[in-house]
Design a protein around this ligand. Structure first.
Ligand code: TRP
Length: 336
């Protein structure tokens, strides 16, 4: 069995928040240091276009996400860290895959179906309202991201599992038609990673605007943590850790022993105000060392640009010759 290749993408919309941190960034950075693994991480800025976001926001988000991963210690020597749009071979491959993708497969994508349903429920007469072709064919571009680097393992959140399965389907059909050219990938869903609840009690997500940005200033971080929803139990009353957003966040950052100690304090009736202070101090101490480097990178975007270009060079050393092979397979050939 040849070496596993891990690959994952981060869409460049929004500011990186602590839900992204515990769910993707922290495990990704740990894996980037593992010499036995080959890891690809990229900024999916072409995917970001699918929702027609404000251009300045996409550019800003790209800088912030890249700076966050770098400041928090991504090993860019061992892993390949790049920007999707720097790899021109990806959209080319995407087109070839589009020719091998049944329209019916795209019709079944959960993300697309969810939009149809919203349109239906709102009672309008256009079920396709607000749905761009980029949104509709999003899974094909994602398949190209994955297949371009022959990834065998694709760590993603539960909501992206179907997309990786579609990449498998598309690759299988391609191979059936053109010969064994593409490597069939597999989704990796880590049930152990924490899913954080946001400020309002719903899942922490940029689409709900209920996040805590990783690199908030100390003042902002305190303010946001003070806003987290709790119940109305008084100081001294025993409290349940189950369903407590504060506890869940603490647990996502702290060691098991520290978490046990806090469980005891819940039983003893720790005041919510105090728990918020404890959580603030814990997260702040955890993030503090990287905060300066993050700010330095934000103030020196050319350093981030250089890191991404270096990554693109490493990536293109693979994608350029491989795309040649794929072009040949589909009949796009040098005529002599
Ligand atoms: N669609 C993914 C998300 O929203 C991001 C992504 C784009 C991705 N291309 C990918 C993830 C390829 C894994 C592999 O989270």
């Amino acid at each position: 069995m040849s070496q596993e290749i891990y690959l994952t993408g981060i869409t460049t919309t929004g500011t990186p928040h602590i839900g992204n941190y515990v769910g993707a960034i922290r495990p990704g950075i740990a894996a980037s240091k593992d010499k036995a693994k080959q890891n690809f991480y990229f900024l999916a800025d072409l995917h970001a276009l699918a929702k027609a976001e404000d251009p300045d926001r996409i550019a800003r988000s790209t800088l912030e996400i890249a700076a966050a991963w770098l400041a928090l210690g991504l090993d860019t020597d061992n892993a390949v860290f790049y920007r999707q749009s720097d790899i021109a071979e990806i959209p080319q491959l995407s087109w070839m895959l589009t020719s091998m993708t049944a329209k019916g497969l795209m019709n079944r994508a959960h993300s697309y179906k969810a939009m149809l349903q919203i349109n239906e429920e709102s009672g309008g007469d256009n079920p396709d309202k607000g749905i761009t072709m980029a949104l509709y064919t999003y899974p094909i571009l994602m398949a190209a991201d994955i297949l371009m680097f022959s990834a065998t393992k694709v760590p993603v959140g539960r909501d992206q599992k179907q997309h990786v399965e579609m990449a498998r389907d598309i690759a299988q059909r391609f191979n059936h038609h053109y010969g064994e050219v593409l490597v069939i990938p597999e989704p990796v869903i880590d049930d152990g990673t924490a899913l954080l609840t946001g400020l309002d009690g719903r899942k922490m997500s940029k689409s709900y605007d209920n996040t805590i940005p990783i690199f908030s200033s100390e003042k902002q971080l305190r303010k946001l943590i003070m806003k987290i929803k709790t119940n109305s139990l008084e100081p001294g009353e025993p409290k349940d850790t189950n369903g407590s957003t504060l506890f869940e966040m603490y647990k996502a950052f702290a060691t098991p022993a520290e978490t046990k100690a806090i469980e005891k304090r819940y039983l003893e009736g720790i005041a919510w105000g105090e728990m918020k202070q404890v959580l603030f101090e814990y997260i702040n101490d955890h993030i503090q060392p990287a905060r300066k480097e993050y700010q330095r990178l934000i103030d020196n975007p050319s350093d981030v640009e250089a890191a991404l270009r270096h990554g693109a060079e490493k990536a293109r050393a693979i994608s350029v010759p491989y795309l040649d092979k794929i072009r040949y397979a589909v009949g796009i050939r040098n005529l002599g």
